[in-house]
Design a binder for this molecule. Structure first.
Ligand SMILES: C[S@@+](CC[C@H](N)C(=O)[O-])C[C@H]1O[C@@H](n2cnc3c(N)ncnc32)[C@H](O)[C@@H]1O
Length: 182
């Protein structure tokens, strides 16, 4: 009986994830380790150059289960990282992971990022797909403050000009594109 209940719960949670993937068009997948390392390297250089009155703010737009955001926060203790995620199960897993890892400078918000004001951040990390690429590019162009860095795993943003492209990262030869809001 207990086993069937557990199976039922797991199936329900999987189905819930699928509902959100259907709704948003983007599945919850974590950027691979080599990409995460490269992103952290770039963000560290950027944060080291930052000399504003407030801590350097990083936004992971669609933070999934929180691994990328937490690794950034752990590697860069002086920055503040926010992970926005709409899907309930990944969001709860990211909060659990934060608790287990004991990382204090990372915050997870369960919210639809289309209604989230991104204007106050210094850098954005992205791992999206073609379903929302153009709309995300438009939103960031309209809202980000001049000078904000955008690091995109795989996706090229239409109407944005890259300041750097990193090809063939890791064994999977992933591409990562870096932009800066003019
Ligand atoms: C491919 S995962 C990336 C996870 C993490 N950023 C990384 O690179 O490891 C993209 C996430 O974006 C989330 N997402 C898609 N549309 C969203 C929206 N409108 N608001 C909030 N989250 C969204 C999906 O649920 C998914 O978990």
């Amino acid at each position: 009986m207990l086993l069937w209940s557990l199976i039922g719960i797991v199936l329900f949670l999987i189905a819930l994830c699928e509902v959100y993937t259907f709704r948003t068009g983007v599945p919850t997948v974590t950027s691979n380790p080599s990409v995460r390392r490269k992103m952290i390297e770039i963000l560290k250089e950027e944060a080291d150059r930052h000399n504003g009155p407030l801590p350097f703010q990083i936004l992971d737009l669609g933070s999934g289960t929180g691994k990328l955001a937490l690794e950034i926060g752990r590697a860069l203790p002086d920055v503040v990282v926010t992970g926005i995620e709409i899907s309930v199960v990944p969001h709860l897993l990211s909060r659990l992971r934060k608790l287990l890892w004991g990382v204090k400078n990372v915050h997870f918000v369960r919210k639809d990022f289309w209604t989230y004001d991104v204007s106050s951040v210094n850098a954005v990390t992205l791992y999206i797909n073609d379903a929302i690429r153009a709309r995300v590019a438009e939103k960031l162009k309209a809202e980000l403050t001049a000078g904000t860095l955008v690091i995109s795993n795989e996706s090229h943003l239409p109407d944005w000009t890259p300041i750097a492209t990193h090809d063939k990262i890791g064994l999977l030869k992933v591409q990562m594109v870096v932009y800066r809001q003019p």
